[in-house]
Design a protein. Structure first.
Length: 232
């Protein structure tokens, strides 16, 4: 249904390079089977990528989504057209007994190389189709769960994730303190957390000036921040 060949330097190689081979990435209607495969590659590899490199991936994604070129190297790797000397890691989306299934070759390359290959493949798609594709990749980057039927449903159903989710994943304690606007070098007491939560929850409610459309998301964000701090 969809396939992508990602070529990359081997883990023992002194240089770090990424290239793309054969691409079969149908995207109509977007994100299509191709976009689903690209998102799945990112989701499969993201948990094994260092937090700072995940943030670098976001920067590359934003640049490519806008239709701009990327100055090389990025995310500690150089993207190139030359494939000589590179290892091949094919990635596939298949239909098996009426069910969608992914086949990831992930034994030869680093997780960041495979995710970066998917991102550059998305950047090679027509500019007018990129918005839903990169929204799917953003969601995939913070999925942090098995790439299974629930993932497929979320991506094809158009669920999206905020980059706030990425910050929460990389440094949950700092994100939670920032979300509840707590300034301290130490984890605050339960009393402080609860007081800030109640005050900000009141402000987020539409009856107290919060925006109707954003209230539910803001309340969910505050609730998650409280949970992180009370369990830390």
């Amino acid at each position: 249904m969809a396939e992508l060949e990602i070529l990359h330097s081997r883990p023992i190689a002194p240089t770090r390079r990424v290239s793309l081979g054969m691409r079969n990435l149908p995207i109509d209607p977007a994100p299509g089977a191709g976009g689903l495969l690209l998102a799945a590659i990112v989701a499969h590899n993201a948990p094994k990528i260092e937090p700072e490199l995940r943030e670098d991936l976001v920067s590359v994604m934003e640049t490519l989504a806008a239709g701009h070129g990327v100055v090389q190297p990025r995310v500690r790797h150089r993207f190139q057209s030359d494939r000589v000397g590179l290892a091949l890691s094919p990635q596939r989306l298949m239909a098996v007994n009426g069910q969608l299934a992914f086949d990831f070759e992930d034994t030869l390359g680093r997780p960041v190389q495979l995710a970066l290959g998917a991102v550059y493949a998305a950047g090679s798609l027509p500019v007018e189709t990129r918005t839903p594709i990169f929204e799917a990749l953003t969601s995939a980057l913070v999925w942090a769960r098995p790439v299974d039927a629930a993932f497929i449903s979320a991506i094809t159903g158009g669920e999206s994730a905020s980059l706030v989710d990425l910050r929460a994943w990389n440094d949950p304690l700092a994100w939670a303190m920032e979300t509840l606007e707590i300034s301290s070098d130490e984890t605050p007491s339960k009393r402080v957390v609860q007081r800030r939560f109640r005050a900000m929850l009141r402000d987020a409610h539409p009856d107290h000036g919060g925006q109707d459309g954003a209230a539910a998301a803001r309340i969910a964000e505050l609730t998650e921040a409280r949970r992180i701090l009370l369990n830390s």
